[in-house]
Design a protein around this ligand. Structure first.
Ligand SMILES: Cc1cc2nc3c(=O)[nH]c(=O)nc-3n(C[C@H](O)[C@H](O)[C@H](O)COP(=O)(O)O)c2cc1C
Length: 160
């Protein structure tokens, strides 16, 4: 395989950008992630690939739950706050307001328009990221006029 072609071909996949959150009640995980997709209508499944050695993967492994907050087109600044380690102070996570998801307790960012909570059904611990297949058990829309962010439009890459 040509490594340069592999990199370019994989980077040709289009992605959004999301804040994937989790908690075990005392510790919190929250990261900017693009490797997320729906995977079934019935039941409603998604798949998410999370860095195997991350704090988020440790918490999801323990609780089997997480939430996804979808960033809007003008919310890259929020995304950038979640490319680093997670810190919670009061009702702020990495400087952004959140509330506990009703089904999972995972943080729901109050500034993002779309969110869903997930319960893991299957875990594939294969490469440097662990793939979670998870059922969507709750979802909410704060503002349906918001257009989700497209990772390519930001000039950032995570893939290849
Ligand atoms: C553009 C971009 C996309 C990212 N996508 C993912 C992803 O899909 N999965 C992932 O595990 N980490 C992804 N990351 C890295 C995480 O944002 C980062 O490692 C994480 O916030 C650190 O969390 P931790 O404290 O749990 O280790 C991405 C980073 C960037 C800059």
């Amino acid at each position: 395989m040509d490594p340069a072609a592999k990199k370019l071909a994989l980077r040709a996949i289009n992605y959004g950008l999301h804040i994937l959150t989790s908690t075990n009640g005392t510790e919190y995980g929250a990261g900017g992630v693009n490797w997320i997709s729906q995977a079934s209508f019935d039941p409603p499944l998604v798949m998410a690939a999370v860095k195997a050695d991350s704090g988020s993967a440790a918490i999801i492994g323990e609780t089997g739950t997480f939430a996804v907050n979808v960033l809007g087109a003008d919310q890259l600044d929020i995304g950038k706050a979640f490319f680093r380690s997670t810190s919670v102070e009061g009702d702020q996570i990495n400087g952004h307001g959140f509330e506990a998801g009703p089904e999972t307790g995972a943080p729901l960012l109050t500034e993002t328009a779309y969110w869903f909570e997930c319960r893991v059904t299957d875990t594939v611990a294969r490469g440097d990221h662990t793939v979670y297949v998870a059922e969507v058990v709750n979802a909410g829309v704060r503002d349906e006029s918001v257009t989700p962010l497209v990772l390519r439009d930001t000039g950032m890459n995570y893939g290849g």
